[in-house]
Write a protein that binds this ligand. Structure first.
Ligand code: TYD
Length: 389
């Protein structure tokens, strides 16, 4: 890879490793730098964190904690099911707590999930789940035990895997020649447009453009046939892939054209993005400091991986944010990675003593606003610019 560095997000911890006080002293940190690969046009970290450091038996992120995501996967499952044969074999890679596979029948659906806590849950629900990372060796094993798959799905997982060549090679092993592979991940175009640099953290070694995927998939005889732009996770792309050269839909060309217009093939775009990121840091710290200086109570809403990036890059700790609220039981009662802000339940923390709530989960702003109709304070966001909503 011929990577050129364009962004330095400083010293960062494991984004989803919420801690007890006793763990503060041996917390792991790494240097988060991001580059642009001139050959594949991939936006990718300069160095990768070892996968088991992030994905293990204590993994804290639960996909089904947001109604938006539950509905998103239910809607997609019902929309695609009609175009598949009833007995079709389905594989999900990165099944998390089963938020997608729960929409599919147990007899024909299998899953792969490296986090032991979640693999156990979906196995107990009756879905055969391999507790392993997605590799060519695992693909060979699945091929031997189940044969080829008609439909492979993966959400917010492909962009988690540093070695894309091995990843896609493994797909070609198990995908039936008439099969379909659909995956979705945050969109680079949306990240640039929204200045949402917090999409970048250890678990997202790549932020995908359609342009880069088109090049990388082609090396493996895989072809993008359709691209859907969805609103989840602050703007994602759902990429439809087939092994043989099928007719591609005009959405592929439309997305490639839009990315070209925005300059995603050009290193100077990323240098401008890095300048906007630095300005976002300056503005956010400034706003929070002013709130505090005026005696206001400021909290954070949603203990996200994204807010791990923001708080560590901007050095935001309990001097500026009193605590974070989050609905995930695995995060409550612990401290946020790196800057050690306590995480409590929304029931305990969202009350009329709060003046401002920074939206760590800005991507669920509509769901949160609807839920917190009676919230007395105001929300703060940094996306696309730092402001009070
Ligand atoms: P998400 O934005 O998917 O996080 P990440 O940046 O890690 O991918 O996760 C949202 C987090 O916010 C998750 O921990 C659950 C929490 N949350 C709330 O606390 N309240 C809410 O109303 C919603 C929608 C999410």
């Amino acid at each position: 890879m011929d990577k050129v560095k364009f962004l330095d997000l400083g010293r960062q911890p494991i984004a989803n490793r919420f801690l007890n006080e006793e763990d503060f002293n041996d917390e792991f940190f790494y240097h988060l730098e991001v580059g642009f690969d001139q050959e594949t046009m991939l936006v990718t970290h300069m160095n990768y964190v070892d996968a088991p450091m992030m994905f293990n038996d204590n993994y804290a992120y639960r996909g089904s904690m947001s109604r938006t995501m539950v509905n998103h996967f239910a809607n997609f499952s019902s929309s695609i099911r009609g175009s598949l044969k009833p007995e079709c074999k389905v594989l999900e890679i990165g099944s998390n707590d089963g938020v997608f596979i729960k929409n599919w029948n147990k007899e024909n659906t299998i899953a792969v999930e490296p986090c032991g806590n979640f693999a156990k849950e979906t196995n107990e629900l009756g879905y055969k789940t391999y507790n392993a990372f997605w590799t060519t060796e695992l693909a060979d094993r699945i091929l031997e035990e189940h044969g080829q798959m008609d439909f492979i799905f993966s959400a917010n997982c492909m962009c988690h895997i540093p070695d894309l060549d091995q990843t896609f090679k493994a797909i070609t092993k198990v995908l039936d020649s008439n099969g379909i592979f659909v995956f979705e991940d945050p969109s680079l175009l949306q990240m640039i447009c929204l200045n949402s640099y917090d999409q970048i953290y250890d678990e997202h070694p790549h932020i995908f453009s359609v342009t880069a995927l088109h090049k990388i998939l082609r090396k493996h005889g895989l072809h993008i046939i359709k691209v859907e732009n969805t609103t989840v996770h602050g703007g994602s792309n759902r990429i439809w892939v087939q092994g043989k050269h099928a007719n591609r839909d005009r959405t592929v060309t439309d997305n490639l054209d839009a990315e070209k217009v925005l300059g995603l093939h050009d290193a100077s775009t990323y240098n401008r993005f890095a300048e906007s990121v630095a300005k976002s840091k300056f503005d956010l710290v400034n706003l929070l400091t002013r709130c505090k200086a005026n005696g206001k109570r400021v909290i954070s809403y949603g203990a996200t991986s994204k807010s791990t990036t923001v708080f560590n890059y901007c050095n935001i700790d309990t001097n500026l944010i009193d605590y974070i609220t989050d609905t995930t039981p695995e995060k409550q009662g612990l401290y946020s990675p790196g800057t050690h802000i306590p995480v409590i339940t929304p029931e305990e923390g969202v009350d009329n003593t709060v003046d401002f709530a920074y939206l760590g989960a800005w991507n669920f702003v509509e769901e949160i606003k609807a839920k917190e109709r009676n919230f007395y304070g105001k929300f703060i966001t940094h996306v696309p610019t730092v402001r009070i909503l």
